[in-house]
Design a binder for this molecule. Structure first.
Ligand code: CTP
Length: 132
């Protein structure tokens, strides 16, 4: 059984999220997704997610191809999570290219191209500009 693991905040779920989860699920037999906790997201992006962690986990867990979700509490714990879930592939968007190469001793590390022209940040900005 080939387990793929990926990580992200997945706030305001959008087509870029759907695409990377679909591509990740096609790379193995089982897909496990680490959802950044609200606290981790604040440290990473200096803002609170729009949807709280329990809702983001509930949404991603219902996406076709996703077998399991868990809360990612720290960026430093990726090696621990890879071991915990016996993952043989780590998938990340190419906005993280090179950042996790050191984990190649544990599993294959694969950076997939981002879906162009969409992000949670841009959705927030566009929505805000239309309201004001
Ligand atoms: N992702 C993607 N294509 C996009 C946006 C995100 O492939 N257009 C991928 C990211 O590379 C990551 C995963 O989806 O592997 C979760 O990304 P996340 O940071 O939650 O989404 P963003 O939209 O990039 O969020 P933000 O704008 O807050 O940085």
């Amino acid at each position: 059984m080939k387990t793929v693991i990926t990580f992200g905040t997945f706030d305001i779920f959008h087509i870029g999220h759907l695409n990377i989860l679909r591509r990740a699920s096609e790379m193995g037999d089982r897909l496990v997704v680490g959802i950044s906790s609200d606290r981790l997201n604040f440290n990473k992006k200096q803002r609170h997610p729009v949807y709280p962690q329990q809702q983001r986990m509930a949404i991603v867990s219902q996406i076709k191809g996703v077998d399991e979700v868990f809360l990612e509490e720290s960026l430093e714990k990726k090696a621990e999570y890879i071991r915990q879930f016996s993952a043989s592939v780590l998938v990340m968007g190419d906005d993280w290219a090179g950042r996790f190469d050191h984990l190649q001793t544990l599993c294959k590390v694969c950076y997939l191209p981002r879906t162009p022209s969409i992000s949670t940040t841009s959705i927030i900005e566009v929505t805000r500009s239309q309201i004001i």
